[in-house]
Design a protein around this ligand. Sequence first.
Ligand code: C5P
Length: 330
Amino acid sequence: MSIALRSFAKINLGLKIGPRRPDGFHELRTVYQTLALHDVVRVDVQPGSGIEIRCDDPRVPLDESNTCYKMAEQVLKAVARGPLSVVVEIEKRLPVQGGLGAASSNGVATMLGLERALGLQIPADEKLRMAAGVGSDLPLFLIGGTVLGEGRGEEVQPLPEIPELHVVLVAPPIGVSTPRAFALWDELAVREPELTTAHGTGTIEAFGQSVLSWLNSSFYPQAGPASGVPAGGGNRAETPLLDLVRTGIENDFERVVFPEYPELYEVKRVLQREGAAYASLSGSGSTLFGLFESEREARGAAARMNAAGHSAVTTTTVTRERYWNDLFEC
Ligand code: C5P
């Protein structure tokens, strides 16, 4: 049986890195947001044996290191249903090593595709556990929409929905290694210890406060699909966007990635000049995103950036409801 799924991208609306933990991971806090832009993952299960990954993009590994392979292995082990052959085909549209969580999202799509193909109902906590075992950025894709990430990023909980925002993504042809970006952060934290001490202004605790103040701001709890009440009575997109910007949440990875790749900082500046209400690196990059208040502004900015050679695309944020509605509707 073959199942096709949309494997959505994510951005980080802010990301604070804390100290390195004894297990080698870094404590972090982030707000993940899923986007409409997606890969397509097809999962095929037949009697037989073995896991095969197919993808036309030569940058995607097809061996046991692929998150889809790891996820399929975990699911098969958990359900132990006799010998099965699993083929996962990834139709790549998202950048590889781009900070958009593509590999993580592909892994979760594989799990959900297998669950459906095998007629299973794996308990939610079991799915979260398996996803976290494969990588820190997988569990968010079991929630969708706006998601708070804590711990090493794998402790996730749904946040109140933001109304659909217009997004311009620019994915420069640079792959940034996440472990390397964390190592650069450690070096910076030695030079500037206040970055990770409890009383620093930009610390993980301060980020927690910012997120709380954002959640408590005017668009919550009145706004959102459940109540149908527009935020602040004006442009639905405008208020949460401005509230978010006002919190001053930012992505700590910019501190170490921009000095290594000044061209990425330049792209952020261009997004800001083009009118983005908020522009940032996503994850450890190299993708940058800009949030715009209207589709017209986003399209205009993307067109001008493309004309200037930046390879920009437009998309929108995806609410939790739309995420789950559209997941299997390929
Ligand atoms: O969990 P994931 O496989 O995505 O992590 C990849 C690498 O990124 C880890 O091996 C670790 O070096 C680094 N990492 C970290 N702190 C985190 C998440 C990832 O140091 N919170």
